[in-house]
Design a protein around this ligand. Structure first.
Ligand SMILES: Cc1cc2nc3c(=O)[nH]c(=O)nc-3n(C[C@H](O)[C@H](O)[C@H](O)COP(=O)(O)OP(=O)(O)OC[C@H]3O[C@@H](n4cnc5c(N)ncnc54)[C@H](O)[C@@H]3O)c2cc1C
Length: 302
């Protein structure tokens, strides 16, 4: 007889862990897989989560896993390579080759970011190079902030960063697509503009100190923000036949339901704001919704 879990959760970031907590507390038989690559692993502090503001992201995950111990959640530290659905059962294959079965599936596999192609940027990412002002704007307040965006893509973020510092420069890295109206708007809002190509960024111990231009000029900067492309961290959503929005995230309904029966998607992989607290909340919502669906299916009726 094959073992059937009530729920398999794929992804052990804040969304997956919080879903596991709710389901564990609901006395469900839960199996969670994690490949250990949460999106914010480049960062030293996780900000904007009430009661855990500034906590190290790895410590946050460690604590979450610790808290799950009393709820008998089974955790497998391997990536899931394959997931299919047929006739009310999910079949999940992990990279170690074992196959697992469940009645419901929660995808909490997150997103991954694409960094601008600038020499030196990887060493600074998560420490003084960021994409989210709500995560790292406060720590960059009143600093000399650079915003990176080719063509016209950085205008919105450059204007937004004025919220955190009066010293904001938009770098278009050798592209010259800003029109007169753009320039007027940026000038009126006192955003400086540099259209010269960037050679590299330089800093020490993760902290940006300067941007070096291809023309040899050096510009002192203390933080850099960009808005880059994001992709699903896992192909499982596509494999299962999920619907996606035009932004590349999985379309879900109010309680995180996807378009496939018994499939829920929580956290960054699904639509809505990409913050740890939102991911955790979506995990909790998915957990409750899954439990309610199981209750309905198992209820004995007259
Ligand atoms: C540099 C950086 C800093 C950030 N700072 C903040 C901040 O200060 N505050 C804030 O609120 N937000 C911050 N964020 C956003 C935050 O990281 C995300 O909103 C949050 O991590 C989303 O949680 P999640 O559980 O959806 O996904 P993730 O945290 O990305 O977790 C997904 C998990 O799924 C696993 N996984 C993926 N595919 C598979 C598979 N096939 N099999 C098994 N496991 C799999 C991954 O290994 C990972 O552990 C930051 C993001 C970045 C990039």
């Amino acid at each position: 007889m094959k073992e059937i879990y009530d729920v398999i959760i794929i992804g052990g970031g804040p969304a997956g862990l919080n879903a596991a907590m709710i389901l564990g507390r609901s006395r469900r038989k839960v199996l969670l897989f994690d490949s250990g690559k949460p999106r914010n692993r480049w960062s030293k502090s996780m900000n904007g989560f009430l009661s855990s503001d500034g906590v190290n992201p790895a410590d946050f995950i460690r604590k979450g896993r610790e808290e799950l111990k009393k709820y008998n959640i089974q955790i497998v530290d391997h990536p899931v390579s394959d997931a299919t659905y047929s006739k009310g059962t999910y079949v999940v294959e992990a990279s170690e080759g074992h196959v697992y079965h469940s009645r419901k599936l929660i995808l909490a596999t997150g997103l991954k970011d694409t960094l601008p192609e600038v020499e030196g940027i990887e060493e600074l990412y998560g420490l003084s190079v960021h994409h989210c002002p709500y995560c790292d704007g406060w720590e960059s307040r009143d600093k000399a902030i650079a915003v990176y965006g080719k063509d016209r893509s950085g205008i919105g973020q450059a204007l937004a960063m004025k919220n955190w510092s009066s010293d904001v420069t938009l770098y278009t890295d050798g592209t010259r697509k800003l029109n007169n109206k753009d320039m007027e708007l940026l000038n009126l809002n006192e955003v400086k503009v540099c259209t010269d190509a960037i050679a590299r960024v330089e800093g020490e111990e993760g902290m940006l100190q300067r941007i070096v231009l291809r023309n040899g000029e050096t510009r002192p900067q203390e933080a850099l923000f960009f808005s880059g492309e994001t992709k699903q961290q896992s192909e499982l959503g596509r494999q299962l036949g999920c619907e996606f929005t035009s932004k590349g995230v999985i379309r879900t309904r109010r309680l995180q339901q996807a378009n496939i029966p018994g499939l829920y998607v929580a956290g960054d992989a699904a639509r809505d704001m990409q913050l740890v607290i939102v991911a955790a909340a979506e995990g909790a919502k998915a957990g409750v919704a899954v439990n309610m669906e199981l209750q309905q299916e198992d209820r004995v009726r007259p």
